[in-house]
Design a protein around this ligand. Structure first.
Ligand code: NAP
Length: 249
């Protein structure tokens, strides 16, 4: 039986929760990070346990270095290993133009999406790298098609943060390719989750569905399948690469 351990940031809701459920089905022991919604994270833990899987919830703000370090120590104490990291926690803010954005808002987006992903990647590499006596591993950064398309008039700060995450994927993948670690990215398009409400438009996916060549938004599970494949041994020669899960948009 597989005893691999996976840490999914922002794993209590949306795409992260779908990843957690699929990872458990594949036999991973699942560590579900969340920021504030303990109830949602507990719900995912309970759903996994009800199906005979192993899961735990860990509260931490990924933008806070001390909390990230404590989270990884919690994983160490519980499992003594880490095989896979999904940098999924991400935020966006109210739709607006760049000239309306405050520095505080831009800092918050960058702190969670960019700094948070880098801090978690740092802690994962310390544990996974052959260079540090680790067994190797795999990291997937959950970026966005916004990083390529730009999100004009909505949230260019968010798009810029996702482009930064893509550069992290490329650079880190080369840095650790010889140390047993693969680093890849997934760029979702319009996916049915709560995230659009935080931009002020809960029905955004429905409004823009017509701009998707496939004519519909995507489900979190459709993104999770790509993430789990990149983490799996089936992707053993794939690193520094990206999968767009966006219905062609
Ligand atoms: P979501 O439903 O809003 O869930 C976001 C998750 O991130 C929540 O579990 C939240 O925790 C967690 N989180 C937020 N800030 C955090 C922090 N500072 N520390 C730790 N956890 C934090 O979002 P989603 O749509 O599933 O998005 C997941 C990822 O996919 C994000 O990176 C997003 O940018 C990306 N993405 C989404 C779409 C889309 O259309 N939905 C498209 C492209 C890319 P709580 O549950 O505790 O609040």
């Amino acid at each position: 039986m597989m005893t691999k351990v996976i840490l999914i940031t922002g794993g209590g809701r949306g795409i992260g929760a779908a990843c957690a459920l699929q990872a458990a089905e594949q036999g991973y022991r699942v560590c579900i990070n969340y920021l504030a919604d303990e109830r949602a994270a507990r719900g995912v833990v309970d759903a996994i346990a009800a199906r005979g899987g192993v899961a735990m919830a860990i509260k931490a703000d990924v933008s806070d270095e001390r909390q990230v370090e404590a989270m990884f120590r919690t994983v160490d104490d519980a499992h003594g290993r880490l095989d896979a990291l999904v940098n999924n926690a991400g935020v966006l803010s109210q739709q607006m133009r760049v000239e309306q954005m405050s520095a505080a808002r831009i800092h918050r987006i960058m702190a969670t999406n960019v700094v948070g992903s880098m801090l978690c990647a740092r802690e994962a590499v310390k544990r996974m790298s052959l260079r540090h006596g680790g067994p190797g591993g795999a990291i997937v950064n959950v970026s966005s098609r916004a990083g390529v398309l730009g999100a004009a008039g909505e949230y260019v700060d968010y798009a810029a943060s996702k482009a930064a995450m893509d550069a992290l994927t490329v650079g880190l993948s080369k840095e650790v390719a010889g140390e047993g670690i693969r680093v890849n990215g997934v760029r979702p398009g319009l996916i049915h989750t709560d995230m659009h409400a935080s931009g002020g438009e809960p029905e955004r996916v429905a409004r823009l569905a017509g701009s998707v060549p496939m004519g519909r938004g995507g489900q979190p599970s459709e993104v999770a399948h790509a993430i789990l494949w990149l983490l799996s041994d089936a992707a053993s020669y794939t690193t520094g690469s990206f999968i767009d899960v966006s219905g062609g948009r």
